[in-house]
Write a new protein. Structure first.
Length: 608
């Protein structure tokens, strides 16, 4: 009965409309009556897909080194490539890779997401990240780059007949291809010269996106922003190229993008997925849409839309460490990075932050640096004002408090779930100093792995918080759904920092206050309502840590835990983190256990 009640409460939280849209989509596919199953298109057998690049001014910024001799997959994994295109329908990370035959090209709706492994691995080459790199190389006048771009697009179209095979399964994947093709046209200076082959390729993708917009809406995530953004950008591209059919797409794309942004981005800039990387994906989508709006000389988006985009840019700017470009490893992360126009690493968010700040806040997030290359490639300039970082930023719509002292940043994550959470991370704390992530979130690792790893990376054990009686903060109902969403019963600024709390249905109560200082961080936990034990975890930066009495030290930093009722146990053990999709590496974890209600004080200090 409790499990059933949890499901009922969770469905209610998701919204009856969204549940109905998702159910109707799945039922329609199963019965063979969904409109998307009746679309048809013919992909071009060959190009040209792009007109030759302009050669008047060459490359406006350095050309990145990736996608020459090596592919860059999920922002982490390099695989050798040649002039010949890759195999499009097999897992590029498997040992046999290009040497084995791909699956039969059945209608996409008959192919499972995970039955044959993680389909995201198969999709990776078909996101067309390489199209951006080849376009940059061609713009710089590199011999053979345009021919390679043309050959790969032609081969993809031949190997992936319309709406058959795994690469047509997801409308968001089709949308990412549209966005990348449109940005490649901008990089080449080929916006106004759409070829018949490109028009046919674009049309096939638009046809795939349109019938499933209702399902994208039901997800309340970046599927909706990507698909709406792709329709708007496709319409803008057709308009710039002077091709009929632009206006209906522009109207639908604009209406969807306006509605989606106002729903999924809160007034404070928090995004529905509570994820750093998915926030970047959605924000880059808005940046691409705005760039194409300007290219097509279209009317501005609404004032409310522009304000949400500005707030979203500010959210990511505040979260990002300006010294390293990295940011807290919050929420789900599938390895996506829409705009790879520089040599910045996957976890360097500064190029996206600088671009969005220029477009939506009329300023710069950082002083001039390599992150400006993205602006130069996209023709964005004229913003000179550098925005200061606030000492305190509270994003209450999403449940985030960010406090800064000198070169230190502390984040407190507290439960404010208007949309479904992907991780049980209530009252998690992240700590950064001098560009180093000292207290860490584990990330999400993989969407297709054993249940124990899904539970671990999505649960309290992979966060800097307290687990009560060995039970999850929120029960897992499916791969992507947690139940009985927590809600903060107190949150706000204190004299020295910020505090928040929640009370669980089981009776547990947890209040946490963070107090940052120039020399470190103090965290005060007040707990009660548990039956057996409360286990506090601190996930440390990798290093040579040693435990002595109530402290762990690596020689330069020290973490000390004390409790007014005494500690029942304190150990230094090993845990896991995932900084990139499919990557899993060990890190040291301090676990402190108390068996009675009371107050726990943690002090993290570094040498001044």
């Amino acid at each position: 009965m409790n499990a059933l009640a949890t499901r009922v409460r969770t469905i209610a939280a998701l919204g009856a409309g969204n549940a109905a849209r998702a159910l109707a989509y799945r039922a329609g596919l199963k019965l063979g009556i969904h409109p998307v199953q009746r679309i048809a298109a013919t992909l071009p057998a060959s190009g040209p897909f792009f007109v030759p690049p302009r050669a008047d001014d060459g490359a406006p910024a350095p050309v990145p080194g990736h996608w020459r001799d090596e592919a860059l997959l999920f922002g982490r994994y390099r695989r050798p490539i040649g002039v010949a295109p890759p195999a499009w329908t097999v897992d590029p990370l498997s040992d046999d890779g290009d040497d084995r035959q791909g699956p039969p090209l059945a209608p996409w709706w008959t192919i499972g997401d995970f039955a044959g492994g993680d389909i995201k691995r198969t999709w990776e080459y078909s996101r067309f990240d390489w199209a951006l790199a080849f376009a940059q190389q061609a713009r710089a006048g590199e011999s053979g780059a345009l021919n390679r771009l043309e050959a790969w697009l032609g081969d993809w179209a031949t190997a992936n007949p319309a709406y058959r095979g795994p690469n047509w399964k997801c409308a968001q994947e089709a949308s990412i291809r549209v966005l990348h093709l449109a940005v490649a046209a901008m990089l080449l200076g080929a916006e106004s010269g759409m070829t018949p082959a490109m028009r046919a390729l674009l049309d096939a993708h638009v046809r795939r996106i349109l019938p499933t917009l209702s399902y994208a809406r039901a997800q309340d995530n970046n599927h909706a922003t990507s698909e709406a953004g792709a329709l708007f950008v496709a319409g803008a591209w057709l308009k710039v190229a002077g091709i009929a059919g632009a206006e209906p797409l522009l109207r639908k794309g604009r209406a969807r993008l306006e509605r989606t942004v106002l729903r999924l981005f809160a007034r404070d800039g928090s995004f529905s997925q509570y994820s750093l990387n998915y926030h970047r994906v959605a924000l880059d989508t808005l940046s691409i849409a705005e760039l194409w709006r300007q290219r097509a000389s279209l009317a501005p988006f609404s004032a409310a839309w522009r304000e949400r985009a500005r707030a979203a840019a500010e959210w990511l700017r505040v979260m990002t460490d300006p010294l390293s470009g990295d940011a807290p490893n919050l929420g789900a992360n599938d390895g996506a990075n829409l705009l790879q126009l520089t040599d910045a690493g996957y976890r360097d968010f500064r190029p996206s932050v600088q671009l969005a700040t220029a477009l939506f806040a009329d300023g710069r997030a950082y002083s001039p640096g390599p992150w400006d290359d993205q602006l130069n490639w996209l023709g964005v300039g004229g913003r000179e004002k550098i925005l200061p970082f606030p000492e305190r930023a509270i994003f209450d719509d999403g449940g985030f408090a960010v406090l800064r002292r000198d070169d230190a940043m502390a984040l407190l994550r507290y439960p404010r779930f208007r949309f479904r959470p992907s991780q049980a991370d209530a009252l998690h704390v992240d700590l950064w100093h001098d560009g180093v992530n000292l207290l860490r979130d584990a990330g999400s690792y993989s969407y297709n792995t054993d249940a124990e790893w899904i539970d671990y990376f999505g649960g309290a054990a992979s966060h800097n918080t307290i687990m009560f009686d060995g039970q999850p903060q929120m029960p897992r109902l499916s791969r992507f759904l947690l139940g009985d969403w927590l809600e903060s019963d107190e949150h706000g600024a204190t004299a020295d920092g910020f505090a928040a709390s929640y009370r669980h249905r089981a009776g547990w109560h947890h209040r946490r206050e963070i107090r940052p200082a120039a020399e470190g961080l103090t965290v005060i936990d007040t707990i009660d309502g548990f039956a057996r034990e409360a286990r506090l975890r601190w996930r440390l930066a990798p290093g040579d840590w040693q435990l002595a009495n109530d402290s762990a030290t690596n020689g330069e930093h020290r973490l000390t835990v004390t409790a007014n009722q005494g500690l029942a146990d304190m150990v230094l053990t090993s845990g896991w983190e995932s900084r990139h999709y499919l990557e899993r590496t060990p890190l040291p974890v301090v676990e402190a256990v108390v068996i009675a209600p009371g107050r726990i004080v943690t002090e993290y200090r570094w040498a001044s």
